[in-house]
Ligand binder design. Structure first.
Ligand code: G6P
Length: 607
């Protein structure tokens, strides 16, 4: 993952690089660093941990160069120490890298045999040393870069600075995304357009295999063969996106509270509430002609997909194959030509999801993407984009993107059901009328926050928690457990309530809290039986249900969170809110770093 930036201009760039890195910290925060050319020589400052440490380092020892590169790291090769922090440099080259150089070991061995020394445990350093070797052989910087690029295997986005070259920056993309920003007498490199948004809205997204040579006033683009190519700049919408916490303590809290509004925007984009019909904005895919759907995603987006499977099969009568993208991409799934493959991703950059997409493309599938970032690689490689209108999601633990993904999936299930003749007009109106109410119920769910905060105080004292649910609330139980473990570091597992007796019941004792997500739906009674099994063994039940469910549960629960009664189709969307609040407040009680939990990153551009 990692975030990279580069700036070339006429004013000191170190403060601007740090400003851009702040917007990329979601990609990793194990260490950070910048390098500029001071006088005529490369110089750099690096610090372990978050950007504030680098800022302090720069305050004590400023850099004043007008060309520079910066990096915020999510460690892959080498511990997150200052020694392993980017930029990596030799006397003549400094480099920042996002991705993995897969053949670094053989290259390093070769370079060591040629007498070059290495000072870090990273894969990246090998690129700096290879470039140095090429310069030592007498090549000029651009030619050295041209010679080295084909030797690198793996996935990388790179920005390179050369000693003594105050009007030159080189960038390359092979896998992870990279954007070039065009300013007035200044040029920029960034892992995404948001990083560049304080500087410019004119952005060129490099195509896979591209590289670019920048001066303060020009950009030349080359493709993977080394031939000059035209790459147009486009106006990025990122400039208008606000990324502050408002009155909230954390981005995650803010994003949880934004959900009624953003789910409303997203639903309204796909559904016409006044007529009760699904909007026809799915071109160019003919939903009526599809007889099977392949779904793939990672993390929270995958759990959204699992819920989507229930809807697609129940509402649209369309069989769905779904898998996490890291498995999907390698399991050689047979696909009938002309099928639909749908990929769900907040960032639109997740490496495994993108690889699964490409597999499906090669196998003749129509490609649809549910993405939050319309300029992302997944969006750009898809035939149809179904955008979640969640706005920028900064908290590493996904919240509003999840409920917006669900909003899109349920809307698509209605559209597909209609196109396939699986639902009639009356059913379509009924479902859409129900969904119209989702934001209102979500607002009501947010009002339960104080009660959930109290429950969280109890959960913060335990080491293990089980989440149970059935039907569409089973994937929500998986998501609840994921959310909790991501940000509180408490071990949590989600289970289909009916599976309890096949294993996890052995864990139940008086120390084990069990969060049961059980609206009064068609299988409520079955879930109640599973709760009885927990209660009989002394387990501590935290029941999230509705008024009807609370009245009929006949269970001694330690806590009951009572949601309003609502149509069944809404429950996984609206019940996501108490589940997220429970994780958030438990993490607060534990005192963890909610927005930037340890070891995680928001955008995962490596395998
Ligand atoms: C990371 C994030 C998760 C996210 C997953 C998939 O693990 O921390 O919040 O669900 O990646 O990301 P995507 O951008 O593809 O939705």
């Amino acid at each position: 993952m990692c975030g990279i930036v580069g700036i070339i201009g006429t004013q000191p760039v170190a403060p601007l690089l740090v400003d851009a890195l702040k917007r990329l910290e979601y990609r990793g925060y194990d260490s950070a660093g910048v390098a500029t050319i001071e006088g005529n020589h490369l110089d750099r400052r690096r610090a372990e941990g978050k950007l504030v440490n680098l800022e302090a380092r720069l305050k004590a020892s400023p850099l004043s160069g007008t060309v520079g590169i910066g990096h915020t790291r999510w460690a892959t090769h080498g511990a997150p120490t200052e020694r392993n922090a980017h930029p990596h440099a030799t006397e003549t080259v400094a480099i920042v890298h996002n991705g993995i150089i897969e053949n670094f070991f053989s290259l390093k061995t070769e370079l060591q045999a040629a007498g070059y020394a290495f000072h870090t445990d990273t894969d990246t350093e090998v690129v700096a040393v290879l470039l140095t070797q090429a310069l030592d052989k007498g090549l000029k910087p651009v030619e050295a870069f041209r010679a080295v690029l084909p030797r690198l295997e793996g996935a990388f986005a790179l920005a390179v600075l050369f000693d003594g070259e105050t009007d030159l920056l080189i960038a390359a993309r092979h896998g992870p995304p990279l954007a070039i920003g065009h300013g007035d007498g200044e040029m920029y490199i960034g892992s995404d357009a948001i990083a560049l948004s304080p500087f410019t809205d004119q952005v060129t997204f490099l195509e896979d295999g591209d590289w670019a040579v920048l001066t303060a006033s020009s950009a030349a683009f080359f493709d993977k063969t080394g031939a000059t190519v035209e790459r147009r700049a486009q106006t990025s919408s990122a400039m208008h996106m606000t990324v502050d916490k408002g009155n909230h303590r954390h981005f995650m809290e803010k994003e949880i509270h934004e959900q009624p509004e953003v789910m409303s925007h997203t639903l309204a984009h796909f559904l016409d509430f006044s007529s009760g019909t699904a909007r026809d904005n799915r071109a160019p895919i003919d939903f009526g002609a599809i007889d099977r759907l392949a779904l793939s995603a990672c993390g929270t987006a995958y759990y959204a997909g699992l819920i989507g499977k229930y809807w697609m099969e129940r509402v649209a009568r369309l069989p769905v194959d779904i898998d996490v993208a890291s498995e999907f991409r390698y399991r050689e799934m047979p696909l009938k030509k002309g099928g639909l493959a749908l990929f769900i991703s907040q960032s639109g950059e997740t490496a495994d999801t993108l690889a699964s997409l490409r597999y499906c493309k090669e196998n003749g599938q129509h490609i649809g993407a549910i993405v939050n970032v319309p300029e992302s690689t997944i969006a750009r490689e898809s035939d149809a984009i179904f955008q979640t209108l969640a706005g920028p999601e900064i908290g590493v633990a996904s919240t509003k993107a999840f409920t917006c993904q669900l909003s899109v999936l349920v809307s698509l299930a209605i559209a597909v059901g209609k196109a396939r003749g699986a639902i009639d007009a009356a059913k379509e109106v009924e479902l859409i009328r129900a969904l119209t109410e989702a934001p209102r119920y979500a607002n009501k769910a947010l009002k339960l926050e104080r009660q959930i905060e109290k429950i969280a105080g109890d959960l913060a004292k335990v080491r293990h928690i089980l989440y149970l649910g059935r039907d569409t609330n089973y994937p929500l139980a998986l998501e609840g457990a994921l959310k909790l473990k991501e940000i509180s570091y408490i071990h949590a597992e989600g289970y289909a309530a009916g599976e309890l007796k096949h294993g996890p019941i052995a864990l139940i004792d008086e120390n084990m809290p069990v969060v049961v997500i059980a609206p009064h739906d068609r299988i409520f009674e079955k879930t109640v039986s599973n709760m009885q099994e927990v209660a009989a063994r002394g387990g501590r039940i935290i029941l999230i249900t509705d008024e009807k469910g609370a009245a009929e549960a006949s269970i001694e629960a330690e806590h009951v969170v009572v949601m309003p009664n609502m149509p069944e189709i809404l429950t996984p969307i609206v019940y996501a809110i108490p589940v997220q609040l429970l994780a958030y407040h438990t993490a607060l009680a534990m005192g963890t770093d909610v927005d930037q939990p340890r070891n995680l990153a928001k955008s995962v551009t490596v395998e």
